[in-house]
Ligand binder design. Structure first.
Ligand code: SF4
Length: 361
């Protein structure tokens, strides 16, 4: 029950040392029972021990190349079936135009994800990477979730290592963290039965790390999953990072409730902050926790910086996936707006690249 933490556990939470590992049982207890201010304060201490008062942001551009997808994940409001109204796929020329439209801005990262579109050949994805590399030679290309990588492997009969190597040769540098959803098999069976298993998602990220390709990781929370499912998910990520290090940043994605097949309300603001805080406390081996403003909303993301998050993501322009499901945040921010939003929280805005190298220009 919230606000009913036994005194010994309250004392333990208040006296955690920087980077101290906590076990799943204690994590579950404090996530569910600690008063939010105690949980947030403990996470804030861990965040400050790592990053002082810096709050990172990135000058980035999203490229969602298609919303046509052969899967039908129940939480997804973004995807369309082949031939369905509202479906789109960017030709390489359209992708070129979108990239060139922002060529005067010093963008540091191109983030590419899309649906599993049966009409696209494998060569399209390699050409898309080459195109980004040609137009944006200085930007880091973060492209294709493990779900897409698995799809490309199945499409072509290649193994995942070959796909990753060919993608890297065409320009891919980092994998985004999407597609993890919730690792619990029971939840996955209800939420996204056609999607790759948690085991394959984790395998692809571990493989990428072993190949020297760093990645991000996510959880989609605030729908039908339990706190047990959330802690189990964090446990799987922490274990993978111990065994195959390479995660840069963890991103708790707040479920968006509109236009999809689930009838769940989405997380409250308090639940969002609890998830951010427990992520910071549990994932002692992942350096960064992201307050993803496009899904959480700007005000909740600002608060999250005080509850353990150290990164605010970026300019985006233009976010499509969360907005299809009712996100009421802007679709993008200017770099000045982003700076001012972070500065208003009392933290120090620091521009970064995808690897969190600081950019001082
Ligand atoms: S979440 Fe991804 S894989 Fe699932 S339906 Fe949407 S676009 Fe397709």
């Amino acid at each position: 029950m919230k606000n009913m933490l036994p005194p010994t556990s309250a004392q333990r939470l208040a006296s955690l040392k920087p980077g101290e590992r906590i076990d799943p049982e204690f994590a579950l207890e404090i996530a569910q029972c600690a008063p939010i201010h105690s949980l947030g304060e403990a996470a804030l201490r861990q965040r400050r021990a790592r990053h002082s008062d810096k709050a990172y942001y990135v000058y980035n551009q999203h490229l969602n190349y298609t919303n046509i997808c052969r899967n039908q994940c129940r939480f997804c409001a973004y995807s369309k079936r082949q031939g369905e109204a509202g479906g789109y796929t960017y030709s390489l020329d359209q992708a070129r135009q979108l990239l060139l439209a922002r060529i005067d801005y010093p963008i540091r990262e191109i983030h590419i994800v899309g649906g599993l579109n049966p009409d696209l050949p494998y060569a399209y994805y390699l050409d898309l990477l080459s195109l980004c590399r040609e137009i944006r030679p200085q930007a880091i290309i973060k492209a294709f979730t493990a779900v897409e990588v698995a799809y490309f492997a199945d499409l072509t009969g290649r193994n995942e290592a070959t796909v990753l190597e060919e993608m890297r040769e065409s320009g891919l540098q980092v994998l985004p963290g999407g597609g993890a959803e919730v690792f619990s098999p029971a939840m996955r069976a209800q939420l996204c039965p056609e999607k790759i298993s948690a085991k394959r998602w984790l395998y692809i990220h571990g493989l990428a790390h072993d190949m020297g390709i760093q990645t991000n990781c996510t959880v989609l929370f605030g729908h039908i999953e339990t706190w047990e499912d959330r802690i189990h998910h964090l446990e799987q990520l922490r274990q993978l990072q111990d065994e195959h290090p390479g995660f840069i940043c963890f991103i708790p994605l707040a479920y968006q409730p509109l236009n999809n097949a689930l009838s769940a309300p989405g997380p409250t603001g308090e639940e969002y902050l609890r998830m951010i805080a427990i992520s910071r406390l549990f994932l002692d081996n992942i350096a960064h926790i992201k307050a993803y403003w496009a899904f959480a909303g700007i005000k909740a993301a600002q608060m999250a910086l005080w509850a353990g998050a150290d990164d605010f993501d970026g300019t985006i322009v233009e976010e499509k996936i969360g907005h299809a499901a009712g996100a009421d945040s802007p679709r993008g921010l200017t770099i000045t707006e982003l700076f001012q939003i972070i500065e208003a929280t009392g933290f120090i805005p620091v521009q970064r690249d995808t690897y969190f190298n600081e950019i001082h220009s």
